[in-house]
Design a protein around this ligand. Structure first.
Ligand SMILES: Cc1cc2nc3c(=O)[nH]c(=O)nc-3n(C[C@H](O)[C@H](O)[C@H](O)COP(=O)(O)OP(=O)(O)OC[C@H]3O[C@@H](n4cnc5c(N)ncnc54)[C@H](O)[C@@H]3O)c2cc1C
Length: 346
C-alpha cells in the first residue's frame, strides 16, 4: 500500500478544508487534501455575509472577492408574500455592509487553485477509514488504497459526518428532519418581483428564498417544514422560475457533533454542525472553523502538554457558535409570519 506522510491530512475540499489548508500553509505546514470530486463540482448559489471578507484577507485570499464580479446586496426582503419588509445587513464607520452572491462551485474552485499554488498536495480519492496509533487518530486510508499518515486529521467532508461516524461520536439533532430543495433558472416576467431580491417569503408550510446568484441566473431554495427525508424532492414550487436545472435536495436538519476535536483530529464546517440555509452562515462558519482548528494546531505543535485543554477549547468555541446561530434562527422564525410547528410548541 503506497504511503504518504504530512503534518495535516484534510478530508474534503470545501470552504472549511480549504480555509484550514491556507492557514496551515501560511506556517509552512505540509498539507495533503483528499477530495474525490473534480472541481468545479456542484455546490449551490450562496449569499455570503460581508463578515467573510476579513477571514479571507487573513488567509491571503481577499482578492477572491475584491477581483470577482459578484452581485452585492445591502439587505434582504422578508415576510409573507403580501407583506415584505426590507432588512439592511448593518453598517459601520465605513458605510453600509454589503453581502456577496456567489456560485459556490466557482468560489471553491478559485480557493482550491490558491491552495494548490501555495504548495498543498491534492489527492483525488475518498477517505475510507481512520489510521490509529493507540488512542490517537494518526491519518486515513482512502478508498483507492492509499495510507496517509499525519500529525493531525481534519474532517471537512461535509454533512455526512465521516469522522464522527468513524469514531462513534454522536451527532445530536436539534430539529425534526429537514430537507431543502434548490433550483436555478430565469424568472418569468409574469408576477416576478425582481426588485425585491434577495427575498425570504414565508407561508404556512415553510419558506422560499429567491436570489439572483449571477447576472440573470436566479436560485430558488425551498424549505417545507413537513418534507420527509426519504421522499423524492418535488419539482417546481416557484410560479416564476423557468428552471434549467434538476431539483437538488439537501439534508439540512439542525445538528451538531457532540465532540469536535480529540487526540490527533478536528472536525470542521458541516462535518461538525449544520443549520438550515436560512441561517446564511454555513460558509463563514466553515471558514472560521478551519482557521480556528489550525491556529490551535500551531500551538499544539509547540506545547503538546496543552493537548486536552485545546481540544476542549475548540469544541466549546464551535458549539457556542452553533448555539448562538441556532438561537438567532429561532428568533427569526418566531418573528416570521409562519413559525415552524416544532418551535411554536416550545
Ligand atoms: C440549499 C443550501 C443553500 C445554502 N445557502 C447558503 C448561503 O446562502 N450562505 C451560506 O453561508 N451557507 C449556505 N449554505 C451552507 C453552506 O453551503 C455549507 O455550510 C458549506 O458549504 C459547508 O462547507 P464545508 O467545507 O464544511 O462542506 P462542503 O462544502 O460540503 O464540502 C465538503 C467536501 O468534502 C468532499 N467529501 C465528501 N465526502 C468525502 C470523503 N469521504 N473523502 C474526501 N472528501 C469528501 C465533498 O466532495 C466536498 O467537496 C447552504 C446550504 C444548502 C444545502
Amino acid at each position: 500500500m503506497p504511503n504518504y506522510e504530512c503534518d495535516l491530512v484534510i478530508v474534503g475540499s470545501g470552504p472549511a478544508g480549504l480555509a484550514a489548508a491556507l492557514c496551515a500553509l501560511k506556517s509552512n505546514l505540509s498539507v495533503i487534501l483528499v477530495e474525490p470530486r473534480v472541481f468545479p463540482r456542484y455546490r449551490h448559489g450562496e449569499s455570503l455575509h460581508p463578515g467573510v471578507e476579513p477571514v479571507l484577507q487573513h488567509l491571503g485570499a481577499g482578492s477572491l472577492l475584491s477581483n470577482g464580479e459578484f452581485i452585492r446586496y445591502l439587505g434582504i426582503w422578508s415576510g409573507s408574500s403580501t407583506d415584505l419588509t426590507y432588512h439592511k445587513l448593518g453598517n459601520d464607520d465605513e458605510g453600509d455592509w454589503r453581502g456577496y452572491q456567489i456560485m459556490g462551485a466557482e468560489f471553491d474552485t478559485e480557493l482550491q487553485k490558491l491552495v494548490l499554488q501555495r504548495g498543498a498536495k491534492l489527492i483525488a480519492d475518498r477517505a475510507h477509514s481512520v489510521v490509529r496509533k493507540g488512542e490517537c487518530v494518526a491519518g486515513i486510508r482512502t478508498v483507492g488504497g492509499l495510507q496517509i499518515r499525519a500529525k493531525f486529521t481534519l474532517d471537512a467532508a461535509g454533512g455526512r459526518h465521516w469522522l464522527a461516524n468513524q469514531l462513534n461520536i454522536e451527532v445530536e439533532p436539534f430539529s425534526p428532519p429537514l430537507v431543502s430543495t434548490s433550483e436555478y433558472g430565469s424568472l418569468s416576467s409574469e408576477g416576478e418581483q425582481v426588485a425585491q431580491l434577495p427575498r425570504f417569503e414565508f407561508d404556512e408550510n415553510g419558506w422560499t428564498w429567491t436570489a439572483e446568484v449571477e447576472r440573470k441566473m436566479y436560485c430558488v431554495t425551498r424549505l417545507n417544514w413537513h418534507t420527509n427525508l426519504n421522499k423524492k424532492p418535488e419539482k417546481t414550487y416557484s410560479k416564476t422560475l423557468n428552471s434549467t436545472t434538476k431539483v437538488r435536495a439537501s439534508n439540512v436538519t439542525w445538528r451538531c457533533a457532540q465532540r469536535l476535536a480529540g487526540a490527533g483530529f478536528f472536525i470542521l464546517g458541516d462535518a461538525a454542525m449544520v443549520l438550515d440555509p436560512a441561517s446564511s452562515q454555513g460558509v463563514i462558519r466553515a471558514l472560521t472553523s478551519g482557521v480556528t482548528a489550525v491556529e490551535l494546531i500551531k500551538v499544539l505543535l509547540f506545547e503538546p502538554e496543552q493537548e486536552a485543554s485545546l481540544y476542549q477549547t475548540y469544541t466549546d468555541k464551535m458549539q457556542w457558535q452553533f448555539h448562538d446561530s441556532r438561537r438567532s434562527l429561532i428568533k427569526h422564525y418566531r418573528q416570521s409570519p409562519s413559525c415552524p410547528y416544532w418551535l411554536s410548541a416550545q
